[in-house]
Design a protein around this ligand. Structure first.
Ligand SMILES: N[C@@H](CCC(=O)N[C@@H](CS)C(=O)NCC(=O)O)C(=O)O
Length: 247
């Protein structure tokens, strides 16, 4: 009998916890593939010590130094312990090929898509990071603010990253610009998914960032995103959640 896989995800103050796009990706993939799994919820400030203690492989920071991150997936059926959302997707596809998430040998292209889509959202990350910190416990928020501040050099005080006013407006414009580009990508598809009628991990990637925005933003802010491109983004999220049996 198959044993449940174990997914390490991040705690939050939100009902049901989940908010992180990177940990949502394996959750969607596991559910799409009908694989049994349980979630271990970790405080953001404890990711380093907990992942190190279980023997997970660290990821690399842009400067080459080690950083322990989640998601991490443990598979008691094979004894595998995998770090990084893309590596987890790759592992799941190789180990459990039924219900493919990289159909038609699309893994190389979807790996490139992962970076390209992230590149559309990253310019607006200052505003997004502020909202992420707000859903964490006080200790984790403090840790998150310290580590994430280093992502936005030169170091700007957290309160000045994206205060309401011209800076916040500029971040909104960048986010909308990013989604306008993603909309153009979808317009080249002749089906509801990125690969036409074929569902893939690319759709999971798009949905998981949208899920994060829906979870961390204020209601009126998510409503604003939902109004873009004829309601495309709330629809994509709902479609992918349904396809992955997460609604
Ligand atoms: N490329 C990695 C990124 C994972 C990542 O950055 N995870 C964040 C949470 S969303 C983390 O664990 N950060 C720990 C830290 O910054 O100390 C993936 O896709 O899994």
């Amino acid at each position: 009998m198959m044993l449940p896989l174990i997914l390490y995800d991040i705690l939050s103050k939100l009902p049901g916890n989940n908010w992180s796009p990177n940990t949502a990706k394996p959750r969607f993939a596991l559910s799409y593939k009908d694989l049994p799994f349980v979630t271990v919820w970790v405080e953001y400030s404890d990711i380093h010590s907990t992942m190190k203690a279980i023997g997970a492989k660290p990821n690399k920071r842009p400067d080459g130094s080690d950083v322990y991150t989640v998601p991490v997936l443990s598979d008691p059926n094979t004894g595998s312990l995998i770090s990084d959302s893309l590596e987890i997707a790759s592992y799941l596809e190789k180990t459990y090929p039924e219900k493919p998430i990289f159909p038609n040998n699309s893994e190389p292209l979807i790996r490139a898509f992962d970076s390209a889509y992230m590149g559309l959202i990253f310019p607006a990350m200052k505003f997004i990071a502020i909202r992420c910190a707000e859903v964490l416990s006080p200790a984790s928020a403090k840790f998150f603010i310290r580590v994430r501040s280093a992502d936005f050099p030169p170091e700007i005080p957290w309160d000045e990253l994206s205060p309401e006013g011209p800076k916040r407006d500029a971040d909104w414009e960048l986010l909308e610009k990013g989604y306008n580009t993603a909309y153009k990508w979808y317009q080249k598809s002749d089906g509801k998914w990125i690969m036409g009628e074929t569902f893939s991990y690319a759709d999971i990637i798009v949905a998981c960032w949208l899920l994060m925005l829906k979870r961390i933003l204020k209601d009126d802010e998510w409503a604003r995103i939902s109004s873009w491109n004829g309601g495309k983004w709330a629809q994509v999220l709902a479609d992918v959640e349904k396809e992955c049996k997460l609604t």
